[in-house]
Design a protein around this ligand. Structure first.
Ligand code: FE
Ligand code: FE
Ligand code: ZN
Length: 291
């Protein structure tokens, strides 16, 4: 079954219930959210009544909550230990995020592995491994390492870097991967040859580690290392190649999440989900979103 949704908001008042309602408005059957603003540390207390109410509605709408995704805040950088207090902060804050996922009953937490900021890939990876082993010690939450575009000193720009992190994990059941089509393209994996990309993933890491797919077109070309998302069908990857990914037999039942840009303050997701469900690209879709 196609499990498709998008990034949605999470506000302190309506919390999971608000996120779910936004997703239902897009005719999605899954979604992803940050539990607070990704660039700061302000977090609301989770209200269990709102969670319960949301769970009930999900049941009635055949939404598999075990596949709903939380994205970790991007102020966290587990690769950089240049300053002890910053490194400790990242570990502490991600630990708190894991606790919030537990409270919400969320299984999957997507994480950008981190940027080594000049320390080198080797040191960066060992910092990430050390941090994740601490964070995952006493939880059932599964952290999904995202494939990165390779902007700056980002770690996770190829499958072998992710593999090295996974190899260092004490609890392999608590680690997985989220592949992002824009990031793959920008880091040099050709989505028009997706079977080959998946094969390489399988040989390097193992396809069973993929638990989430971020579906984005890219504003930039192969190996550009830029990380700028484009709306589905309007970028360098193109609609047909993204459809191949979304409907790939080997990725069936894995949640597909859109993180495409809003157009003039309007979310594109309802329209993009419809194009994906009908497998038909509408070149006029941007005008319809604005209307
Ligand atoms: Fe991400
Ligand atoms: Fe992503
Ligand atoms: Zn991105």
């Amino acid at each position: 079954m196609l499990i498709i949704g998008s990034h949605v908001s999470f506000n302190s008042k309506d919390q999971l219930l608000g996120s779910l309602q936004e997703a239902l408005g897009y005719k999605a059957n899954t979604f992803m959210f940050y539990t607070g603003a990704p660039q700061n540390t302000t977090r609301s207390k989770i209200n269990d009544n709102l969670t319960k109410e949301a769970l009930e509605i999900m049941k009635n709408n055949n939404i598999d909550y075990s596949k709903v995704i939380v994205h970790a805040p991007y102020i966290i950088n587990l690769a950089n230990n240049k300053e002890d207090d910053k490194y400790d902060f990242s570990i502490r804050f991600l630990k708190e995020e894991v606790r919030r996922c537990e409270k919400l009953g969320i299984q999957y937490l997507v994480l950008h592995p981190g940027s080594h900021v000049g320390l080198g890939v080797e040191v960066g990876i060992s910092n990430i491994v050390n941090a994740l082993n601490i964070i995952l010690r006493d939880t059932s939450v599964v952290i999904l390492l995202e494939t990165m575009a390779g902007k700056g000193t980002e770690i996770g720009r190829n499958f072998s870097e992710l593999k090295r992190i996974i190899d260092g994990m004490e609890k392999k059941d608590n680690i997985g991967v989220c592949i992002d089509t824009c990031h793959l393209n920008d880091s040099g994996y050709d989505i028009s040859k997706f079977d080959q990309v998946l094969d390489e993933f399988d040989k390097t890491i193992g396809i069973n580690y993929i638990k989430c797919v971020h579906v984005n077109d890219s504003k930039n070309g192969l190996s550009s290392h830029k990380d700028r998302h484009e709306n589905i069908g309007f970028g360098t990857i193109g609609f047909d190649n993204l459809i191949q990914v979304i409907y790939h037999k080997k990725l069936e039942d894995i949640p597909k999440i859109l993180e495409t840009p809003w157009i003039e303050q309007k979310p594109p997701y309802k329209y993009e989900i419809e194009m994906i469900r009908t497998k038909k690209f509408d070149p006029e879709v941007k005008n319809k979103i604005i209307c």
